[in-house]
Design a protein around this ligand. Sequence first.
Ligand SMILES: C[S@@+](CC[C@H](N)C(=O)[O-])C[C@H]1O[C@@H](n2cnc3c(N)ncnc32)[C@H](O)[C@@H]1O
Length: 242
Amino acid sequence: MKTSRLGAILDLVPGDCGVVDIGTDHALLPIALVRRGQQGVIIGSDCRSGPLEAARSNLIESGCIDRVELHLGFGLEVVEGRSDVEAAVLAGFGGKNIVEILERSLPQARSLRLLILQPMRDGHHLRCWLADQEFCLIDEELVEEDGRIYEIIVVGQGSSNWDVDDLAEAMGAPRSLLVGLGPCLVKKRHPLLLSLLNGRKEEMMDVTENLQAKESERSRRRRQELSIQLGRLEKVIQWLSG
Ligand SMILES: C[S@@+](CC[C@H](N)C(=O)[O-])C[C@H]1O[C@@H](n2cnc3c(N)ncnc32)[C@H](O)[C@@H]1O
């Protein structure tokens, strides 16, 4: 069964290239790739044998087993030295986890045409790392499923293009905030971005409220930090609402 999150990821994978789905779990993405007629090798990998066996069962049941390679291993290490894989999908991981996986196989990550990344949290951390590493930002998407908004980031090789200086100046917001929020999402005023940011604003306000009751110096400093961050986020929200 393909979900809207996986469907949005699928739409961002070119139909004509070899793909590895890292952390494939139940092989839902490889099955969807086979069904849409993907050209090129399809690999599902996982670092744990349990999920890989679940993937194998699902592939057999769906009649896709002959079309998908399964590998046990950590991150991109399973495709090291392979020239038939051009795109990697890392979906459903925390943003810091994705950074750890890419850092561990940086030459391999740099040899791929596309990395399609779907962090469950810490998208800001992931984007700042990708920008520091000078990956080329190709596209970003947001997709809603069961009331939650998911971020998808597509990067590749080539000249780095995380330039948000003009936007930052227009909004009066720091450059790093816009890099972390998603330059493509902001530039295309993605229809779900406002909901995502309003949700974050509410979360930050809840944390601030909980801190009101605490008297410690640490809580006071955290409240101050949050108030600055909220002010900056509000500027982006206002710009998007305008
Ligand atoms: C992070 S999720 C993602 C599942 C699926 N990709 C999705 O988007 O729904 C869980 C899977 O990733 C696997 N995993 C976690 N860390 C991994 C790593 N470093 N390399 C490969 N697989 C990993 C887990 O064993 C688990 O099956």
